[in-house]
Design a protein around this ligand. Sequence first.
Ligand code: NI
Length: 251
Amino acid sequence: MLVDTHCHLYKEYYDSLTEVFKESFLNHVSKFIVAGCDQKSNEEVLTLVKNQDSVYGCLGIHPEFVTTYQEEDLLFLEKHLQDSKIVAIGEIGLDYHYNKDSKEQQKELFEKQLILAEKYSLPVVIHSREATKDTIEILQKFPKVKGIIHSFSGSLEVAEIYIKMGYKLGINGVVTFKNSHLKELLPSIFPHIVLETDSPYLTPHPYRGTKNSPKNILLIADFICEYLNISKSQLEKVTNENVRTVFDILV
Ligand code: NI
């Protein structure tokens, strides 16, 4: 069975989450790690982990919300970091694609959450878009903190830096896109990857452009197995071992 290590299963995106879980189980996805992005979604994550055995959660303030989050949202987050089934801080990081004007505020918010990760010995789930240099520089200030580089799509050189720092790389539908070169990195980075869908976004080929769901992790898994000429059980063994290492959960 596979784990979707990064999805946003919020009520606003799906008519029935019960259906989403049912379909996913039928497609060999047994566990889900749902990431929060702001106060509203963090609250939803906390409810979801209580109601669904198979769901674990991450709490975080995404850089997209850097200008709208409240100081008390961070206090709320800290208060719930030790709740059962909260396994990481995320998704957090830097996004210079959409939010170029708030770089300094983003760095400050990112560091505040890395300090919490260090304080509570939790892994982090990192969002980094067009901000590789600053992301690496900031993460290097927190050598004890480890985690996942979510939706990794950089160069081999960058992959090797993250791997050396102890991070695993989250691979999603992007690897199946015809115009993506990410697949060419697979032979080198394979021992260090985890699988994710980033649902409802980044739907794999051939359903690109439609709403994503964790069941599609099978399309990503099939693509990787075919490209590397390995069995599904080999892929499962490596990725689940990485999930156990980072999140300390039974899979
Ligand atoms: Ni995400």
